[in-house]
Design a protein around this ligand. Structure first.
Ligand code: MRU
Length: 372
């Protein structure tokens, strides 16, 4: 996506790979919107830590980062012993898979790679890992473009759209899922306005989505998380579009950033269409109930404090809560299928409960479920 700084525009991917130095290159998302910086992780442990610390975040982006991390881990293996290689790669896989538990994309990305690498020599597996990671990243871009193609007609000229968290290009390799229909509508010269939920506690909407939309000159306002009900009641929201970290192919339940469920209930109450956008790598074909989805609980400090930049530009964390109080910080929630109007995928729009019926079209691969 195009980033303009000091009057100069340049295209960036959120995640890329430096083959010469075996490093994963990432946009340091914690510094946005105040500073734009690319960092490199020099080994798979650092790559996993970057996912955990949310230097890179968003389901598609951490999927591509884990894929590159697996390739990065494969490259450092010395020797030809297949058993020792398999042991090594299982450790690399586990380290990356454990970084964040809710999004399925890292698991799907790495398991697809491992299934394709299986049975090859060590040398072949090492080179295949790089090619397959690159393929995952390229597929992610293509999937998001397709989501834009199928989602764009939903945006009427003059529409007012609500989105939650950041399901933009920073949450993927490029384009984004929830933002892809918006970028396509913009390309068709449609006029529309986006409300970005602030998305406490980490403010992905205020910091990241708003920055992306500003880069693309898309009209938007940041609103506090609790304002959307009021705006819906006054007829100021026509459409809700969000992303997902894990969508259950069997039930149509959608996991996304905490607060998404609340928006879906409000949208239902006000008869406002509520759409979820997903690339194929976000579908979990295995779990049978949303209650089985591991919901990440992050540090209470994220709730008790807030990060920002002082007028001097210095980034700092400030205390915002009563010092003796404790906090809970569940990071994601699950929206039931009956609250969802449609799921926009790279192969078309489906009712949540139609995913299973259309599983062949949506990339379901029975073999993958048994791997690892
Ligand atoms: O905790 P984050 O910032 O990784 O959460 C991101 C979201 O919840 C996005 O909405 C989600 O990843 C869907 S779009 C990839």
């Amino acid at each position: 996506m195009k980033v303009t700084r000091n009057g100069q525009s340049k295209n960036y991917r959120t995640v890329s790979f430096d083959k010469t130095n075996n490093k994963v290159r990432l946009i340091e998302q914690r510094l946005l919107p105040h500073q734009f910086k690319i960092i490199s992780t020099k080994n798979y442990v650092e790559t996993s830590q970057a996912i955990k610390d949310m230097i890179v975040r968003g389901a598609g982006a951490i999927g591509a980062t884990a894929a590159y991390g697996l390739a990065q881990g494969a490259q450092i293996f010395q020797g030809n012993g297949i058993k020792t290689f398999e042991k090594h790669i299982a450790k690399v896989y586990q380290t990356l898979a454990n970084a964040r538990p809710t999004a399925i994309d890292p698991i799907n990305a790495m398991q697809t790679m491992l299934a394709k690498m299986a049975g090859q020599t060590v040398e072949n597996q090492k080179s295949m890992a790089l090619t397959l990671a690159e393929q995952f990243a390229n597929d992610d871009v293509a999937y998001c473009q397709k989501i834009g193609y199928f989602g764009e007609p939903l945006i009427q000229n003059g529409a007012q759209i609500l989105t939650h968290c950041n399901a933009g290009w920073l949450a993927f390799v490029d384009y984004g899922s929830a933002t892809a229909p918006m970028y396509s509508a913009k390309a068709r010269n449609k006029k529309f306005h986006v409300f970005c939920d602030e998305t406490r506690p980490r403010s992905q909407g205020a910091a990241l989505t708003a920055w992306e939309l500003a880069q693309e000159s898309i009209s938007h306002d940041i609103i506090v998380d609790n304002a959307s009900g009021h705006l819906m009641q006054r007829g100021e929201i026509d459409l809700v579009i969000v992303g997902s970290d894990r969508t259950l192919g069997r039930t149509g339940e959608v996991t996304n950033k905490i607060g998404t469920y609340t928006k879906a209930v409000l949208a239902k109450q006000h008869n406002i269409p509520f759409y979820v956008t997903i690339p194929l790598s976000t579908i979990d074909w295995k779990l049978k109930s949303g209650l089985e989805i591991p919901i990440e609980e992050r540090s209470p400090q994220e709730v008790l404090r807030a990060w920002g930049a002082a007028d001097s530009g210095r980034r700092q964390s400030v205390s915002i809560a009563n010092p003796s109080s404790t906090a809970r910080n569940p990071s994601f929630d699950v929206t039931p299928p009956e609250l969802i109007t449609g799921i926009i995928t790279p192969v078309g729009i489906f009712k949540p409960k139609e995913l299973w019926k259309n599983r062949a079209k949506l990339g379901f691969n029975n073999k993958k479920l048994n791997h690892l």
